[in-house]
Design a protein around this ligand. Structure first.
Ligand code: ASP
Ligand code: MG
Length: 433
């Protein structure tokens, strides 16, 4: 008998009918004799709706100015604690409805909020980290034959305050529960059939991957493949939680995220990720001397702006140019900070472009093969696409290009790296006789 943690996202529990369908699916897993812990998100759109409600309330900031509650969950100040109290209710609704649906099918079940488990977190409202989980109560309920239904995305800090884990945090709750219970598998049910070689909306013949390493999944998740919250993949890697992504609408094996590479032949490239909303900024003619990079990036990081790719040119005449990328919605803020920095440093000027896209190819097979990056550059050259920035790691190559070429680039790369065609037989899959 196995212990399985099943996570259902917002779309999968978006209506009462869908909650009923989830209850049927849980009933089937239960019928197969497994112990089941279910972790659920808020019903689709609910977290956004709650955020919007709060956003419409004007706050009195200390100096008499009026302020609005931020539209993101990561807030500071007085609003932060209350926002988490508010947002945690979304998941609380779903756990109760799912347990009722299970009861209606004659299945014993019990709901838990994060605090009731308890899932202990730090006190960073809106993006709290899980510190510890005591699974004793959940275990007792499982032993008496109950299905346990847990609210995702939330926890409780040491003072009893409700916290939330950041957007998409239910994935992390599920993986953390699986780690804590030493579950046999953590299944992430979602609205896609698994992890694909590329976004099927852009590449119609993208394939579902049978398996992918946690390392690759982590790169893909952080590069913009939005199947799993990045933190949940980190967590799964750290605790070796067997993780599977699969559809809650269509039956199928999904994609298994593995932790041991073994001596299995690795495909060169597991997948291609993209981000269509990047921007780049260049500060030209900065003095080429120690401390300059830190004077440029210090103020940018103080403003909580994430910098991604960075390029510094070879200095000429004791000055140099420095280019970096940011998310498009932070472009204006970054640009005005940089303009001020340029003035302070006596740099020549600041130029920018907010129509950039980033495309990345990811694969652990790159470690043992040379020439992957140059193949990528050749494909783009043949399409007449100019590469504006490049960054690499051991298992990925990313390029910045004009966003109007995004689809063309992704499709051409997908084809060139043979992702369009079914790979040779998976050596771990028993051959059909
Ligand atoms: N309900 C939260 C969100 O929409 C958490 C989750 O669904 O994972 O981000
Ligand atoms: Mg999600």
């Amino acid at each position: 008998m196995a212990l399985v943690v099943e996570k259902y996202g917002g779309t999968s529990v978006g209506t009462l009918d869908r909650i009923d369908a989830v209850a049927d699916r849980v009933a089937r897993s239960r019928g197969a004799g497994d112990d089941i812990v279910v972790v659920v998100s808020a019903m689709a759109g609910e977290t956004d709706r709650l955020l919007d409600l709060a956003h419409n309330i004007k706050l009195e900031s200390g100096d008499g100015r009026e302020e609005k509650v931020a539209r993101s969950t990561a807030t500071t100040g007085v609003a932060a604690r209350e926002l988490d109290v508010l947002l945690s209710t979304g998941e609380q609704v779903t756990i109760a409805l799912l347990v009722l649906a299970l009861h209606s099918k004659g299945i014993q079940a019990k709901s838990y909020t994060g605090a009731q488990v308890p899932i202990q977190t730090d006190s960073i409202y809106g993006k709290a980290r899980i510190l510890d989980i005591d699974p004793a109560n959940v275990r007792t309920d499982l032993e008496t034959g109950k299905v346990v239904v847990i609210a995702g995305f939330q926890g409780v800090d040491v003072d009893g305050n409700i916290t939330t884990l950041g957007r998409g945090g239910t994935d992390t709750t599920a993986v953390a529960m699986a780690a804590s219970l030493q579950a046999d598998e953590c299944r992430i049910y979602t609205d896609v059939e698994g992890v694909y070689t590329a976004d099927p909306r852009i590449v119609p013949n993208a394939r579902r991957l049978e398996r992918i390493t946690a390392e690759e999944m982590l790169e893909l998740a952080s590069l913009g493949a939005k199947v799993l919250q990045t933190r949940s993949v980190e967590f799964a890697g750290k605790y070796h939680v067997p993780l599977r992504v699969l559809s809650s609408f269509v039956d199928g094996p999904g994609t298994l995220i593995t932790h041991e590479v073994g001596d299995m032949e690795q495909p060169l490239i597991a997948g291609i990720a993209y981000n269509g909303d990047e921007a780049k900024l260049t500060i030209r003619g900065v003095p080429d001397q120690p401390g300059v990079a830190s004077r440029i990036f210090g103020p940018i990081s103080k403003a909580h702006i994430n910098v991604d790719m960075i390029i510094q040119n070879v200095g000429l005449d004791q000055t140099t140019d420095l280019t970096f990328t940011v998310k498009r919605d932070e472009y204006e803020t970054a640009r005005s900070i940089l303009t001020q920095v340029a003035e302070d440093l006596g740099a020549h000027d600041v130029v920018g472009d907010n129509t950039l896209a980033k495309i990345s190819i990811v694969g652990v097979g790159m470690r043992s093969h040379a020439g992957i990056a140059s193949t990528m550059f050749e494909v783009l050259a043949n399409e007449g696409i100019n590469i504006e920035l490049i960054s690499t790691s051991e298992i990925k190559v990313s390029v910045g290009i004009a966003d109007k070429y995004l689809e063309l680039a992704v499709r051409s790369l997908h084809k060139e790296f043979n992702l369009d065609t079914t790979p040779l037989e998976d050596p771990l899959e028993p051959a059909e006789s």
